[in-house]
Design a protein around this ligand. Structure first.
Ligand SMILES: Cc1ncc(COP(=O)(O)O)c(C=O)c1O
Length: 366
Protein backbone atom coordinates (compact mmCIF):
# COMPACT_ATOMS: atom_id res chain seq x y z
CA UNK A 1 0.00 0.00 0.00
CA UNK A 2 1.56 3.27 -1.10
CA UNK A 3 0.50 6.45 0.61
CA UNK A 4 1.60 9.51 -1.32
CA UNK A 5 2.81 12.43 0.78
CA UNK A 6 -0.13 14.46 2.14
CA UNK A 7 1.49 17.73 1.12
CA UNK A 8 -1.03 20.10 2.72
CA UNK A 9 -1.01 18.44 6.13
CA UNK A 10 2.76 18.05 6.26
CA UNK A 11 3.23 21.68 5.26
CA UNK A 12 0.81 22.98 7.87
CA UNK A 13 1.76 20.74 10.75
CA UNK A 14 5.48 21.34 10.22
CA UNK A 15 5.37 25.11 10.03
CA UNK A 16 2.13 26.55 11.40
CA UNK A 17 3.41 26.74 14.96
CA UNK A 18 6.79 28.22 14.06
CA UNK A 19 5.99 31.11 11.69
CA UNK A 20 5.17 34.59 12.95
CA UNK A 21 2.00 34.74 10.83
CA UNK A 22 -0.07 31.72 10.01
CA UNK A 23 -2.59 32.25 7.20
CA UNK A 24 -2.75 28.55 6.41
CA UNK A 25 -5.50 27.66 8.91
CA UNK A 26 -8.94 27.02 7.39
CA UNK A 27 -10.97 27.30 10.57
CA UNK A 28 -11.32 30.23 12.93
CA UNK A 29 -8.61 31.00 15.45
CA UNK A 30 -8.69 28.19 18.05
CA UNK A 31 -10.33 28.75 21.42
CA UNK A 32 -8.51 28.25 24.70
CA UNK A 33 -9.96 25.95 27.33
CA UNK A 34 -10.52 29.04 29.50
CA UNK A 35 -12.75 30.64 26.86
CA UNK A 36 -15.07 27.64 26.95
CA UNK A 37 -16.47 28.38 30.41
CA UNK A 38 -16.08 24.85 31.74
CA UNK A 39 -16.64 24.17 35.40
CA UNK A 40 -13.22 23.38 36.92
CA UNK A 41 -14.77 20.63 39.06
CA UNK A 42 -16.14 19.02 35.96
CA UNK A 43 -12.62 18.85 34.58
CA UNK A 44 -11.16 17.68 37.87
CA UNK A 45 -13.69 14.83 38.04
CA UNK A 46 -12.89 13.60 34.53
CA UNK A 47 -11.47 10.11 34.87
CA UNK A 48 -8.71 9.55 32.34
CA UNK A 49 -9.44 5.94 31.58
CA UNK A 50 -10.25 4.52 28.19
CA UNK A 51 -13.28 6.39 26.99
CA UNK A 52 -16.47 4.78 25.70
CA UNK A 53 -15.46 3.19 22.40
CA UNK A 54 -18.12 4.83 20.21
CA UNK A 55 -18.26 8.08 22.25
CA UNK A 56 -20.39 8.78 25.32
CA UNK A 57 -24.15 8.73 24.93
CA UNK A 58 -24.23 12.42 25.94
CA UNK A 59 -21.80 13.41 23.20
CA UNK A 60 -23.54 11.32 20.57
CA UNK A 61 -26.95 12.73 21.57
CA UNK A 62 -25.66 16.29 21.34
CA UNK A 63 -24.28 15.58 17.88
CA UNK A 64 -27.51 13.85 16.82
CA UNK A 65 -29.49 16.92 17.88
CA UNK A 66 -27.76 18.85 15.08
CA UNK A 67 -29.43 16.66 12.44
CA UNK A 68 -33.16 16.32 11.93
CA UNK A 69 -34.44 12.87 12.85
CA UNK A 70 -31.05 11.53 13.97
CA UNK A 71 -30.54 9.74 17.28
CA UNK A 72 -27.38 8.89 19.18
CA UNK A 73 -27.45 5.49 17.47
CA UNK A 74 -26.71 7.23 14.17
CA UNK A 75 -23.46 8.71 15.55
CA UNK A 76 -19.98 7.31 16.09
CA UNK A 77 -17.41 9.56 17.78
CA UNK A 78 -14.03 9.72 16.05
CA UNK A 79 -10.63 11.38 16.23
CA UNK A 80 -11.58 14.38 14.13
CA UNK A 81 -13.10 14.25 10.68
CA UNK A 82 -9.77 12.75 9.61
CA UNK A 83 -10.51 9.42 11.30
CA UNK A 84 -14.17 9.66 10.33
CA UNK A 85 -13.14 9.86 6.66
CA UNK A 86 -10.62 7.05 7.03
CA UNK A 87 -12.97 4.51 8.59
CA UNK A 88 -15.82 5.47 6.26
CA UNK A 89 -13.58 4.82 3.27
CA UNK A 90 -12.41 1.53 4.81
CA UNK A 91 -16.08 0.54 5.00
CA UNK A 92 -16.94 1.66 1.46
CA UNK A 93 -13.93 0.88 -0.71
CA UNK A 94 -12.56 -2.33 -2.19
CA UNK A 95 -9.44 -2.29 -4.39
CA UNK A 96 -10.39 -1.52 -7.97
CA UNK A 97 -13.59 0.35 -7.06
CA UNK A 98 -14.32 3.54 -8.95
CA UNK A 99 -14.89 6.68 -6.89
CA UNK A 100 -16.10 10.04 -8.14
CA UNK A 101 -14.36 12.79 -6.23
CA UNK A 102 -15.25 16.45 -6.51
CA UNK A 103 -12.14 18.64 -6.69
CA UNK A 104 -10.52 20.85 -5.55
CA UNK A 105 -10.72 19.21 -2.19
CA UNK A 106 -8.86 18.72 1.03
CA UNK A 107 -6.74 15.88 -0.31
CA UNK A 108 -7.16 13.37 2.51
CA UNK A 109 -9.92 11.34 0.87
CA UNK A 110 -8.10 11.54 -2.47
CA UNK A 111 -4.88 10.16 -0.97
CA UNK A 112 -6.67 7.42 0.96
CA UNK A 113 -8.69 6.26 -2.03
CA UNK A 114 -5.56 6.15 -4.16
CA UNK A 115 -3.56 4.26 -1.52
CA UNK A 116 -6.34 1.72 -0.94
CA UNK A 117 -6.48 0.89 -4.63
CA UNK A 118 -9.52 2.91 -5.70
CA UNK A 119 -9.80 4.35 -9.19
CA UNK A 120 -10.43 8.08 -8.99
CA UNK A 121 -12.78 9.84 -11.40
CA UNK A 122 -12.27 13.56 -10.77
CA UNK A 123 -14.89 16.23 -11.33
CA UNK A 124 -13.44 19.71 -11.13
CA UNK A 125 -15.35 22.66 -9.73
CA UNK A 126 -14.63 25.84 -11.66
CA UNK A 127 -14.28 29.42 -10.47
CA UNK A 128 -16.43 30.66 -13.37
CA UNK A 129 -19.24 28.50 -11.98
CA UNK A 130 -18.68 29.91 -8.47
CA UNK A 131 -16.94 26.64 -7.53
CA UNK A 132 -20.25 24.74 -7.71
CA UNK A 133 -20.74 21.40 -9.45
CA UNK A 134 -22.40 21.15 -12.81
CA UNK A 135 -25.24 18.59 -12.40
CA UNK A 136 -24.96 17.50 -16.03
CA UNK A 137 -21.27 16.75 -15.66
CA UNK A 138 -21.95 14.74 -12.52
CA UNK A 139 -24.69 12.79 -14.26
CA UNK A 140 -22.31 11.99 -17.09
CA UNK A 141 -19.45 10.80 -14.83
CA UNK A 142 -21.41 8.71 -12.31
CA UNK A 143 -22.53 5.30 -13.50
CA UNK A 144 -23.30 1.75 -12.39
CA UNK A 145 -19.55 1.22 -11.78
CA UNK A 146 -19.36 4.10 -9.27
CA UNK A 147 -18.94 2.87 -5.69
CA UNK A 148 -19.33 6.27 -4.08
CA UNK A 149 -19.24 10.01 -4.69
CA UNK A 150 -17.27 12.13 -2.26
CA UNK A 151 -16.77 15.85 -1.65
CA UNK A 152 -16.57 18.41 1.10
CA UNK A 153 -19.52 20.74 1.65
CA UNK A 154 -18.84 23.57 2.45
CA UNK A 155 -15.89 23.09 0.18
CA UNK A 156 -12.26 23.32 1.19
CA UNK A 157 -10.38 25.17 -0.36
CA UNK A 158 -12.96 27.42 -2.05
CA UNK A 159 -15.54 28.09 0.68
CA UNK A 160 -18.39 27.39 -1.76
CA UNK A 161 -21.61 25.86 -0.43
CA UNK A 162 -23.75 23.31 -2.27
CA UNK A 163 -27.36 24.34 -1.67
CA UNK A 164 -30.58 22.30 -1.72
CA UNK A 165 -30.76 22.00 -5.51
CA UNK A 166 -27.21 20.61 -5.76
CA UNK A 167 -27.93 18.19 -2.92
CA UNK A 168 -31.04 16.98 -4.74
CA UNK A 169 -29.12 16.61 -8.01
CA UNK A 170 -26.29 14.64 -6.37
CA UNK A 171 -28.55 12.32 -4.41
CA UNK A 172 -30.74 11.71 -7.47
CA UNK A 173 -27.70 10.61 -9.48
CA UNK A 174 -26.47 8.41 -6.62
CA UNK A 175 -29.93 6.87 -6.27
CA UNK A 176 -30.15 6.17 -9.99
CA UNK A 177 -26.98 4.06 -9.81
CA UNK A 178 -27.28 2.81 -6.23
CA UNK A 179 -23.91 4.27 -5.22
CA UNK A 180 -22.96 5.75 -1.86
CA UNK A 181 -22.37 9.37 -0.92
CA UNK A 182 -19.57 10.34 1.47
CA UNK A 183 -20.18 13.96 2.47
CA UNK A 184 -17.48 15.66 4.51
CA UNK A 185 -19.34 18.50 6.26
CA UNK A 186 -16.56 19.64 8.57
CA UNK A 187 -17.10 23.35 7.73
CA UNK A 188 -20.86 23.26 8.33
CA UNK A 189 -21.65 25.95 10.91
CA UNK A 190 -18.84 28.22 9.65
CA UNK A 191 -21.04 30.13 7.20
CA UNK A 192 -20.03 33.75 6.72
CA UNK A 193 -23.43 34.64 5.34
CA UNK A 194 -26.83 33.02 5.02
CA UNK A 195 -28.26 29.99 6.72
CA UNK A 196 -26.44 26.95 7.97
CA UNK A 197 -25.33 24.75 5.09
CA UNK A 198 -27.95 22.05 4.49
CA UNK A 199 -26.70 18.60 5.42
CA UNK A 200 -26.77 15.53 3.20
CA UNK A 201 -28.11 13.66 6.23
CA UNK A 202 -31.58 12.20 5.70
CA UNK A 203 -31.61 12.89 1.96
CA UNK A 204 -30.68 9.43 0.73
CA UNK A 205 -30.16 6.21 2.75
CA UNK A 206 -26.75 5.28 1.35
CA UNK A 207 -25.11 8.40 2.77
CA UNK A 208 -22.28 8.78 5.26
CA UNK A 209 -21.71 12.25 6.72
CA UNK A 210 -18.44 13.11 8.46
CA UNK A 211 -17.72 16.16 10.56
CA UNK A 212 -15.94 17.44 13.66
CA UNK A 213 -15.45 20.18 16.21
CA UNK A 214 -12.31 21.42 14.45
CA UNK A 215 -13.41 24.16 12.06
CA UNK A 216 -16.72 25.88 12.83
CA UNK A 217 -16.10 25.48 16.56
CA UNK A 218 -12.43 26.47 16.59
CA UNK A 219 -11.24 23.46 18.62
CA UNK A 220 -9.12 21.31 16.30
CA UNK A 221 -6.86 20.36 19.21
CA UNK A 222 -9.69 18.35 20.79
CA UNK A 223 -9.38 15.94 17.84
CA UNK A 224 -13.06 15.08 18.15
CA UNK A 225 -15.34 14.32 15.24
CA UNK A 226 -18.04 11.94 14.14
CA UNK A 227 -19.54 9.72 11.51
CA UNK A 228 -23.28 10.04 10.99
CA UNK A 229 -25.11 7.30 9.09
CA UNK A 230 -27.89 4.73 9.25
CA UNK A 231 -27.60 2.59 12.41
CA UNK A 232 -26.51 -0.49 10.51
CA UNK A 233 -23.76 1.46 8.73
CA UNK A 234 -22.59 2.94 12.04
CA UNK A 235 -22.19 -0.57 13.42
CA UNK A 236 -20.05 -1.51 10.41
CA UNK A 237 -17.90 1.62 10.57
CA UNK A 238 -17.47 1.16 14.32
CA UNK A 239 -15.74 -2.18 13.79
CA UNK A 240 -12.92 -0.34 11.97
CA UNK A 241 -12.68 2.21 14.78
CA UNK A 242 -11.87 -0.57 17.27
CA UNK A 243 -8.63 -0.97 15.33
CA UNK A 244 -7.86 2.70 14.65
CA UNK A 245 -8.28 4.22 18.11
CA UNK A 246 -10.06 2.01 20.73
CA UNK A 247 -11.98 5.07 21.98
CA UNK A 248 -12.04 8.86 21.69
CA UNK A 249 -10.06 10.62 24.46
CA UNK A 250 -12.18 10.91 27.61
CA UNK A 251 -11.11 14.52 28.18
CA UNK A 252 -12.04 15.54 24.64
CA UNK A 253 -15.42 13.88 24.97
CA UNK A 254 -16.13 15.89 28.13
CA UNK A 255 -14.96 19.19 26.64
CA UNK A 256 -16.78 18.41 23.38
CA UNK A 257 -20.06 18.01 25.31
CA UNK A 258 -19.59 21.35 27.08
CA UNK A 259 -18.75 22.97 23.76
CA UNK A 260 -21.88 21.65 22.05
CA UNK A 261 -23.97 22.79 25.02
CA UNK A 262 -22.70 26.33 24.26
CA UNK A 263 -22.98 25.89 20.52
CA UNK A 264 -24.87 29.10 19.76
CA UNK A 265 -22.30 31.26 21.55
CA UNK A 266 -19.37 29.47 19.93
CA UNK A 267 -20.83 29.75 16.45
CA UNK A 268 -21.57 33.45 17.04
CA UNK A 269 -17.87 33.95 17.70
CA UNK A 270 -17.07 32.09 14.48
CA UNK A 271 -19.41 34.27 12.45
CA UNK A 272 -18.05 37.41 14.09
CA UNK A 273 -14.48 36.49 13.16
CA UNK A 274 -15.46 35.61 9.60
CA UNK A 275 -17.45 38.78 9.07
CA UNK A 276 -14.95 41.02 10.73
CA UNK A 277 -12.09 39.67 8.66
CA UNK A 278 -13.53 39.00 5.25
CA UNK A 279 -13.93 42.74 4.42
CA UNK A 280 -10.27 43.23 5.42
CA UNK A 281 -9.05 40.47 3.15
CA UNK A 282 -11.40 41.54 0.36
CA UNK A 283 -10.27 45.16 0.40
CA UNK A 284 -6.64 44.11 0.52
CA UNK A 285 -7.14 41.84 -2.53
CA UNK A 286 -9.10 44.55 -4.34
CA UNK A 287 -6.44 47.16 -3.61
CA UNK A 288 -4.08 45.31 -5.97
CA UNK A 289 -5.75 45.55 -9.37
CA UNK A 290 -4.69 42.94 -11.88
CA UNK A 291 -3.03 40.79 -9.23
CA UNK A 292 -5.86 38.67 -7.82
CA UNK A 293 -9.08 36.98 -8.89
CA UNK A 294 -11.35 35.23 -6.43
CA UNK A 295 -14.90 34.11 -5.74
CA UNK A 296 -16.00 35.38 -2.29
CA UNK A 297 -16.27 32.34 0.00
CA UNK A 298 -19.67 31.66 1.57
CA UNK A 299 -18.28 29.56 4.40
CA UNK A 300 -15.03 28.65 6.17
CA UNK A 301 -12.22 31.08 6.89
CA UNK A 302 -10.57 30.56 3.52
CA UNK A 303 -10.34 32.24 0.15
CA UNK A 304 -8.93 30.39 -2.85
CA UNK A 305 -7.26 33.18 -4.79
CA UNK A 306 -5.79 33.15 -8.26
CA UNK A 307 -2.71 35.36 -8.47
CA UNK A 308 -0.98 36.87 -11.46
CA UNK A 309 2.73 36.80 -10.75
CA UNK A 310 5.50 34.86 -12.50
CA UNK A 311 6.09 32.32 -9.76
CA UNK A 312 4.88 28.82 -9.01
CA UNK A 313 2.57 28.60 -5.97
CA UNK A 314 4.85 26.32 -3.92
CA UNK A 315 7.86 28.56 -4.58
CA UNK A 316 5.82 31.60 -3.56
CA UNK A 317 4.65 29.89 -0.36
CA UNK A 318 8.20 28.74 0.44
CA UNK A 319 9.62 32.25 -0.07
CA UNK A 320 6.89 33.74 2.09
CA UNK A 321 7.67 31.27 4.81
CA UNK A 322 11.45 31.60 4.77
CA UNK A 323 11.78 35.31 3.93
CA UNK A 324 8.67 36.73 5.65
CA UNK A 325 7.80 34.09 8.29
CA UNK A 326 4.26 33.91 6.92
CA UNK A 327 2.43 30.70 6.02
CA UNK A 328 -0.12 30.38 3.24
CA UNK A 329 -1.21 27.25 1.37
CA UNK A 330 0.01 26.92 -2.22
CA UNK A 331 -2.53 25.91 -4.86
CA UNK A 332 -0.18 23.03 -5.76
CA UNK A 333 -1.42 21.27 -2.64
CA UNK A 334 -4.85 21.16 -4.27
CA UNK A 335 -3.46 20.36 -7.74
CA UNK A 336 -4.22 23.97 -8.72
CA UNK A 337 -1.04 25.92 -9.38
CA UNK A 338 -1.50 29.67 -9.88
CA UNK A 339 -3.66 29.85 -6.74
CA UNK A 340 -2.97 30.43 -3.09
CA UNK A 341 -5.35 29.80 -0.21
CA UNK A 342 -5.58 32.54 2.38
CA UNK A 343 -6.95 31.71 5.81
CA UNK A 344 -8.63 34.68 7.47
CA UNK A 345 -9.94 33.24 10.74
CA UNK A 346 -7.65 35.16 13.07
CA UNK A 347 -8.19 38.54 14.74
CA UNK A 348 -8.07 41.56 12.38
CA UNK A 349 -4.74 43.16 13.43
CA UNK A 350 -2.98 39.83 12.97
CA UNK A 351 -4.53 39.31 9.54
CA UNK A 352 -3.64 42.82 8.38
CA UNK A 353 -0.03 42.51 9.53
CA UNK A 354 0.29 39.14 7.78
CA UNK A 355 -1.18 40.52 4.55
CA UNK A 356 1.37 43.35 4.62
CA UNK A 357 4.07 40.70 4.47
CA UNK A 358 2.40 38.90 1.56
CA UNK A 359 2.11 42.27 -0.23
CA UNK A 360 5.82 43.05 0.28
CA UNK A 361 6.74 39.66 -1.10
CA UNK A 362 4.54 39.96 -4.17
CA UNK A 363 5.79 43.50 -4.85
CA UNK A 364 9.35 42.18 -4.84
CA UNK A 365 8.42 39.52 -7.42
CA UNK A 366 6.34 41.54 -9.87
C1 LIG B 1 -12.52 19.00 4.29
C2 LIG B 1 -11.74 18.55 5.50
N1 LIG B 1 -12.04 17.38 6.05
C3 LIG B 1 -11.40 16.93 7.14
C4 LIG B 1 -10.40 17.68 7.73
C5 LIG B 1 -9.73 17.15 8.97
O1 LIG B 1 -10.39 17.71 10.05
P1 LIG B 1 -10.22 17.24 11.56
O2 LIG B 1 -9.35 18.24 12.23
O3 LIG B 1 -11.59 17.25 12.11
O4 LIG B 1 -9.63 15.88 11.56
C6 LIG B 1 -10.05 18.91 7.19
C7 LIG B 1 -8.96 19.72 7.78
O5 LIG B 1 -8.52 20.71 7.25
C8 LIG B 1 -10.75 19.37 6.05
O6 LIG B 1 -10.48 20.54 5.49
Amino acid sequence: MNFSRFALERWQSTYENSVEYNLSESGVHPLTLGELCIDQEDLARCRLGYGVSNGTERFRSLVASLYKGATERNVLATIGAAEANLISILRLLQPGDEVVIILPNYMQTYGLIEALGGRIVPIWLRAENEWLPDPEEIASRVGPQTKFITFSNPNNPTGSVFGHSTIKALTAVADRHGCWILADEVYRGAERIGEETPSFWNEYPKTIVTSSLSKAYGTPGLRLGWVLAAQETIQEVWSYADYTKIAPPALSDLVGCRLLEQRARILDRTRRLLNQNWPNLKSWLDSRPGMFEYVPPKAAAICMTQYHAPINSSSLAERLRTERSTLIVPGDHFLLDGYIRFGFGNEAPYLLAALDRVGEMLDSIR
